[in-house]
Design a protein around this ligand. Structure first.
Ligand code: AMP
Length: 429
């Protein structure tokens, strides 16, 4: 029988090369930055009804048209693995009537998302996002805080070579005006468009601006600007947002061609793009925007303004510098005993347990081979200190402590060794 492999585009994270540790540090950084901005974590299921994403993401988006993992469960319900986090979070806020209790909700999330895209560097089929959203606040200040949160998080990861691209799609009136302007502009050139874009001309002409197809680029470049279709209030909101961002010291570039792939955006949209070149073609680190119509789309009786962003963890880790991780402080307990000397082996296990209870990372080679092999294993694990326990030590209540860096060795009372190592472990943190 052949060995089995993970599904293409779905990756393992292994602890041995430090990958898992980098992910954990990034997740901890995200939670810390979010909590400083007053965002609390929500966790929603990986799987939802297909209808949620059809309504929430939009029928004509690439995600819904081509990329979702959908299936029937045993009860013949049509479900989908979540392709993004916002629709689920909004569904949860509505289902649990969160806005009846709190006028403004700040939620963050992190976890796996699924899209059947062609795998490439920075593009996977199971990928992971961190995201944050504000519900119940229509102000440009909320937009500014969300963008500021995103850039602060990037800074905390050491990602400095990036640009915030900003645009406004206006409200429904502006979108309708712009739609008409685009249809009028593209229709005479229909035959020059890629087939995908030509088919979107009636259904969702804004999405043509999202196209990466080379055939669409010359026409896209000369297309009318959405900024010319904005109404007075949309324009005032966009101006105010820019003032706030300047006050917060967040640099940005107004990018009128930025429309983003999802249907639900209104007014503010933004992306943060890596400019270091380390990501190749998949250089968008963050995508976000305001989606004031999504709550009603998902069944809310009252409209609820909302804004949020999502970032791909894999891309953040490709873009972030990789500082040498400090060597952790760890202790190995070695039993100087034959395999039948159970009390000594048991004492070694108990000593490791007590060290752990005192905050020390401690290991025991539970195969209990020879002293030599246990010492070699301790060394391979990068142990800072080895505690050796034999029959005499157990009888006297002592241990032999060996410092691996210097080879220096001393005998001391068991309790004292625990106290000393607990203090050192605390200092090494
Ligand atoms: P979106 O939900 O499409 O706005 O994407 C937000 C962010 O998620 C992007 O900027 C990427 O960083 C990340 N992302 C989206 N799709 C993928 C994917 N297939 N693989 C890896 N990261 C992704």
């Amino acid at each position: 029988m052949g060995t089995l492999q993970a599904v293409s585009g779905m990756n393992d994270l292994l602890p041995g090369d430090g990958t898992t540790a980098r992910w954990q540090r990034l997740e901890a950084d995200f939670r810390a930055v979010c909590s400083r901005y007053g965002f609390a974590e929500v966790r929603t299921p990986l799987c939802e009804s297909l209808e949620l994403f059809q309504r929430g993401v939009g029928e004509t988006t690439d995600i819904v048209e081509k990329e979702m993992y959908t299936f029937k469960d045993r009860g013949d319900r049509t479900l989908a693995l979540r392709p993004e986090g916002t629709a689920s979070a909004v569904r949860a806020a509505l289902e649990h009537r969160v806005l009846d209790r709190e006028p403004v909700v700040r939620w963050s999330y992190l976890g796996a998302m699924f899209r059947a895209e062609r795998p490439a560097k920075g593009r996977y089929r199971q990928f992971h996002q961190v995201g944050a959203e504000i519900y119940g606040d229509a102000s440009a200040a909320a937009d500014a805080e969300v963008i500021d949160l995103a850039t602060s998080f990037l800074a905390s990861l050491g990602i400095t070579q990036c640009t915030v691209r900003l645009n406004s799609l206006g409200g429904p009136d502006a979108r309708a005006r712009y739609r008409d302007a685009l249809v009028a502009y593209f229709t005479p050139h229909r035959d020059a468009l890629s087939p995908d874009s030509a088919s979107r001309l009636e259904r969702n002409p804004l999405r043509i601006l999202d196209s990466k197809d080379p055939r669409d680029q010359p026409l896209k470049a000369a297309a009318p600007s959405i900024l010319d279709s904005l109404g007075d209030e949309d324009r005032a909101h966009f101006e105010l947002l820019q003032q706030y961002l300047r006050a917060l010291g967040v640099p940005f570039e107004v990018t009128p061609s930025l429309v983003r792939g999802l249907d639900y955006y209104t007014r503010t949209v933004f992306e943060i793009v890596d400019t270091s070149g380390s990501l190749g073609a998949q250089d968008t680190l963050c995508g976000g925007g305001r989606y004031d119509a999504l709550f009603t789309e998902l069944g809310s009786h009252a409209p609820v303004p909302a804004i949020g962003f999502a970032m791909g963890i894999e891309r953040l880790l490709l873009a972030a510098p990789q500082p040498e991780a400090p060597k952790p402080f760890r202790v190995a307990v070695v039993a100087a005993a034959k395999s039948h000397e159970t009390p000594v082996l048991a004492a070694a296990l108990a000593l490791a347990k007590e060290l752990r209870a005192n905050g020390v990372t401690a290991t025991v080679d539970t195969r209990f081979g020879s002293m030599k092999s246990q010492m070699r294993r301790a060394d391979d694990l990068g142990s800072t200190v080895v505690l050796v326990l034999g029959g005499n030590e157990v009888a006297n209540g002592t241990v032999t402590m060996k410092r691996m860096a210097t080879g220096e060795q001393q005998s001391l009372p068991r309790a004292e060794s625990i106290h000393t190592l607990a203090t050192e472990a605390l200092g090494a943190r």
